[in-house]
Design a protein around this ligand. Structure first.
Ligand code: KIV
Length: 276
């Protein structure tokens, strides 16, 4: 393990020390390298690559092979951050035994440090089995995009008493199953705060308010590359605009013949050309 690699023990210790965790997604080596350099604690190779990279509307069709392909590129480029990969829908739903063999394959082939599994109580046995096999697991409760049909769409969860109780039970079950951290997605901040107080593992919020132990966002939203504006996020750059400007300038110079110039050209002895 590289010397500066963040460990799951350090991640857990940050909760005890009251230090915030900063988590961001990345899906390829270029961005993984930059995100790692910027000092985030954890990089998630999220199945949100369905939307950001593959142009799909939902995360459900993403395959294990696609996750392995992207996670391998990320681990090559991130020597410092803990790298976690999403187990896609269908890879862990057939019970603990098959889930373990898929998680083992992902772990061996990608070099990630942990896997993420969406699902609360219904995934507790699966999470326990994967952890027992020696693979750290990050949980994910609240809004779980893989279960969008069951949840009635991508909307804030747990606003009513019974729903809030079930999400608290989910969070406890995932922590008791041995997860080292827990994503809380799209929850009222009061519920996320209560879960953060009641579970012993770090909570990482996305649309779950400021009282979580850490925050996670989708890289493309942070950089202004996703073209969407969401209540729970902020945009720290406008790379879409910068990219269009740069490409348009390149195109203009190609069309007018000013690129490439002599400075961007390779040279050889003219006398050789004359002999040809
Ligand atoms: O797939 C993903 O990017 C995620 C985060 C948004 C939590 O699950």
């Amino acid at each position: 393990m590289p010397e500066n690699k963040i460990t799951i023990q350090q991640v857990r210790a940050k909760k005890e020390a009251g230090e915030k965790l900063c988590v961001l997604t990345a899906y390829d080596c270029t961005f993984a390298q930059l995100v790692d350099r910027a000092g985030v604690d954890i990089i998630l190779v999220g199945d949100s690559l369905a939307n950001t990279v593959l142009g799909l509307e939902s995360t459900v069709p993403v395959t294990l092979e696609q996750m392995i392909h992207h996670a391998t590129a990320v681990t090559r480029a991130a020597p410092n951050a803990l790298v976690v990969v999403d187990m896609p829908f269908g890879s862990v739903q057939e019970g603990p035994q098959l889930a373990v063999s898929r998680a083992v394959r992902v772990f061996k082939e990608t070099g990630v440090d942990a896997v993420k599994i969406e699902g609360g109580r219904r995934m507790a046995k699966v999470i326990a089995a994967v952890v027992e096999a020696g693979i750290p697991v990050m949980g994910h409760v609240g809004l779980m995009p893989q279960y969008r049909s069951m949840l009635g769409g991508l909307k804030v969860q747990g606003k009513e008493l019974e729903a809030a109780r079930l999400i608290l039970d989910d969070a406890r079950a995932v922590a008791e199953a041995g997860s080292f951290a827990l994503v809380l997605e799209a929850l009222p901040r009061q519920l996320a705060r209560l879960i953060t107080e009641r579970v012993p593992i770090p909570t990482i919020g996305i649309g779950a308010g400021p009282e979580c132990d850490g925050q996670i966002l989708v890289l493309h939203d942070v950089l202004g590359l996703s073209g969407r504006s969401l209540k729970f996020t902020r945009q720290w750059a406008d790379l879409a605009e910068e990219t269009v400007k740069a490409v348009a300038a390149y195109r203009k110079e190609v069309l007018e013949g000013s690129f490439p110039g002599d400075k961007e050209s390779f040279h050889m002895d003219e006398s050789i050309i004359e002999k040809l």
